[in-house]
Design a binder for this molecule. Structure first.
Ligand SMILES: C[S@@+](CC[C@H](N)C(=O)[O-])C[C@H]1O[C@@H](n2cnc3c(N)ncnc32)[C@H](O)[C@@H]1O
Length: 258
């Protein structure tokens, strides 16, 4: 036994993994979930060797996506970007259900938008909602470089207005997948509108449902946490959907419309 009661072999192994991880980072294997961002609750731990192992053994990232990820990592708000493994899970779901029409609420530099566009058929569409064109401008040239720009319908205005436009335009129950990842105070409204827009059998993915652990004890003056927590409680009892709440990144709820 060595220091802290950890067997010597384990301590040496852990130290070696730490060195390997640092070397990987220096060699440019920079994953957003490890390089920056606020610490988030995770059963594995964001900067652990196991988390690195998961990425090393599951991430299949398109080269243009990688380029956008590294570009976004240098942005002052880079930590807002969805993690690459989470984006990959959602793209796999989009592919699995043979989605044609998807909505992204909160685009930022467009990493997840690009990932979804890459797996959609050529006549597929991502309705990409954001209010900040400056963020989106960073990713847009890479949408073109990846050859999927024609599948992305960018709407720069409050997402609620875009969702209302879609509803008023007769697009009720025509979408296959929606990803909610913008201002937290509007989460309930986003969910209700997406539920009308998504078909039966479609999926609504809701990000940040653990909100860095703050949902455990929402403060009265913390409207974002209150909003997320209220929605989490509502979804548990919502008979219109089946749900899974995944401890991935900052918490991801998948709502399957019945
Ligand atoms: C966490 S980031 C989205 C990350 C993105 N999903 C990704 O894959 O990297 C949140 C985004 O929501 C946008 N946003 C905030 N309020 C919004 C609103 N009312 N309507 C639309 N977008 C909004 C912000 O401009 C920001 O780009």
């Amino acid at each position: 036994m060595s220091l802290f009661g950890v067997p010597k072999e384990v301590a040496v192994g852990t130290a070696m993994l730490g060195v390997a991880f640092a070397a990987g980072m220096l060699a440019g294997k920079r994953y957003p979930s490890l390089g920056f961002g606020t610490p988030r609750p995770s059963i594995i731990g964001k900067s652990s060797a196991l988390q690195q192992y998961i990425l090393d053994h599951s991430l299949r990232e398109h080269p243009v996506l990688k380029k956008l990820r590294l570009l976004t990592a240098d942005h002052p708000y880079g930590k807002m970007m969805v993690s690459c493994d989470q984006a990959q899970l959602m793209a796999n779901l989009v592919k699995l259900i043979k989605a044609k029409k998807v909505i992204e609420i909160g685009v930022f530099t467009g990493y997840n938008t690009l990932n979804m566009a890459l797996v959609l058929p050529d006549n597929g569409k991502v309705i990409a909602c954001d209010i900040n064109e400056d963020y989106v401008k960073i990713g847009k040239p890479l949408w073109k470089e990846a050859g999927v720009e024609h599948k992305i319908d960018l709407r720069i205005k409050p997402a609620i207005h875009t969702l209302d436009d879609l509803l008023a335009g007769g697009e009720v129950e025509t979408f296959d997948f929606a990803f909610i990842d913008a201002d937290k105070e509007s989460y309930n409204e986003y969910y209700e509108k997406c539920l009308r827009l998504v078909k039966k059998g479609g999926i609504i993915a809701i990000d940040n449902v653990l909100w860095n652990g703050r949902v455990l004890k929402p403060r009265r003056d913390d409207l974002a946490t209150q909003s997320i927590h209220r929605l989490n409680e509502k979804l548990l009892r919502d008979a219109r959907i089946n749900i899974s709440m995944l401890p991935m990144e900052d918490g991801l709820t998948l709502a399957f419309k019945l």
